[in-house]
Design a protein around this ligand. Sequence first.
Ligand SMILES: Cc1ncc(C[n+]2csc(CCOP(=O)(O)OP(=O)(O)O)c2C)c(N)n1
Ligand SMILES: CC(=O)[C@@H](O)[C@H](O)COP(=O)(O)O
Ligand SMILES: [Mg+2]
Length: 641
Amino acid sequence: MNREEPLFRKVKNYSYQELKILVGEIRDYIKTVVSKNTGHLSSNLGTVELTIALYRVFDPDEDIIIWDTGHQAYTHKILTGRYGRFNTLRQRKGISGFLRREESVYDVFGAGHVGTGIPAALGIEKALSMVNEKRNVVVVIGDGALTSGMSLEALNQLKQLNSRLKIILNDNGMSISKNVGSLSMTLTDLRLNPVYREIKEDIKGTLESMRMKKLEKLLSRIKDGIKHTFLGGNVFEDFGLNYLGPVDGHNIKEMEAIFKTIKEFDEPFIVHVTTQKGKGLEYAEKDPTKFHSVSKIDPETGERLYTDSLISYSKVFGKVIIELAKKDTRIVAITAAMPDGTGLSEFAKKYPGRFYDLGITEQLCVTFAGGMAVKGTKPVFAVYSTFLQRAFDQLIHDIALQKLPVVFAVDRAGIVGHDGPTHNGIFDIAYLNMIPNMKILAPSSLQELANMFYTLLLHEELDGPVVVRYPRQSEYGILSEIIDNMSQIDLWKWEKLIKGKTRIAILATGSMVQPARDVAAKYGLNMYNCRSIKPLDTTTFDAIMKENDIILSIEEGVRIGGFGSSLLLYASSKRYSGKIHVMGIDDIFSEHGTRAEILKELGLEYGGIESTIKKLRGELNAYNDRVRKDRNNLTGYQLDR
Ligand SMILES: Cc1ncc(C[n+]2csc(CCOP(=O)(O)OP(=O)(O)O)c2C)c(N)n1
Ligand SMILES: CC(=O)[C@@H](O)[C@H](O)COP(=O)(O)O
Ligand SMILES: [Mg+2]
């Protein structure tokens, strides 16, 4: 039970001098904890003053405050009763890096994925109105998140639903990389347009009563429909929002004045706050993208603390796609605002005309790729497994149904570690497995990843979509060697890695092949790398069923609807009389912690596989004993007669 008194209650009474000290302390605390624990550094350094100003005006005990995405809400956590526990951020059993309802009553709506803020706030507002509860509902949303489909769909409903939402737009000009699209250009215009600066000057610095009068006048002019001459008009006003800004997001006093003003009005507002991503930390200010989401770093220099000889799957993918694009000019790469995370940023520089960052729009990206495929290009959409969930219908309706040859590079498949349940990519096998015409591959090594894309993009005639899923993992390897050794492989054939001495086989996919292989080698088991999850290599599987009494399948994904469940369905159709045991993730949301910790808890590593094998071997021995005994008994019975 958390008994910490929320700091926001005290902060309301701080002087501006005290607030300045608090701001510095919070920034320092965030830097210290994130550099040790991993986390979202730049975005959180940018929202310290914004959160303080907001909570001095709006009261989290009274008002409803929603954070879109939640990756920028560390100051919110620190102010709402988690100062003491903040140093456990993103650690196993520690506090989450995102908003979680079970963690605090002040995390009103859980988050992690972009674009949920305005839709959820709108729902909450309407639910409150049904019970005649009039509370302020405030949403904090970034300029990147504002461009996502869900945000825009919700904005489109504000007028019709008579919303009074107060939207605080935290505009730092950045998504993870530079923000893209027309709306981001509009925001740049608004930041620079002197008309708005005049209004800001008008409001700022005036006495409370004067400020209110000016605002009332402004609002009555807005309502009279003359906003276009007075304000110049902007897209937000077309959505029914009163627009105010831009306001300096590092000036608490200035923000307070505007927040107090909007709190007085029974009207929907959008306050355009400008902040700097990485504020107050030189290296993060210089390269906010690099420090958006960080692994362990030296807090003073920002240097990463990890072994250089390890290479991530994303990095190999990024390099491979450049090499392949040299050989085939039809290859294009698409990302939903994740050029860095997916390894595509170098491709973007090398082939700007063949690279599409479409913003945080996974659904758009899928259908856009479909359109490109129709016209003979070879689109590769690189996306995190968890974010591809957004585009389920597009995968079915726009891609698979039409057998469009789109390649999906599904990164962060499996357990992601510190980001936790909102970001774990554990559902993709299941949600893709059920879609007709969809093929799913999983490489078991960096080299196999390279070979898969090499084969798919240069040597296969694709008759529909193909997904390659790979984990948030780094392994030993030399990038140039991997590229030099790229070769064609039989994508749809399972590879026998070990010929065992028992009638037990392990069938593993992707990241599970390496630990399973070690166990198989120790216990003399037959071992297969099932690189094709769908279609099953039924020729090999038929032979496996003939040669083995026990089959253990292992995948880094949910068991329901996964690879193992496909094996079970097929095996039962063939009346296989042996036992198939499926290892994977049960019907739960796995927690945050290191990837190794979580995999261990799930039994998806050497130790877990070994103990399962021991159990299965025990069962097999007991079964064989029973059969032997039965046979003896039977013989005895016959003799007796
Ligand atoms: C559906 C979805 N797609 C992609 C992401 C990855 N992502 C997390 S934060 C972010 C950028 C958001 O930009 P913005 O809202 O401006 O926040 P900032 O970090 O600039 O404060 C992205 C693309 C996500 N969380 N959810
Ligand atoms: C908030 C968000 O969705 C991203 O910032 C994500 O946390 C990045 O994950 P990686 O660190 O795996 O790139
Ligand atoms: Mg931003």
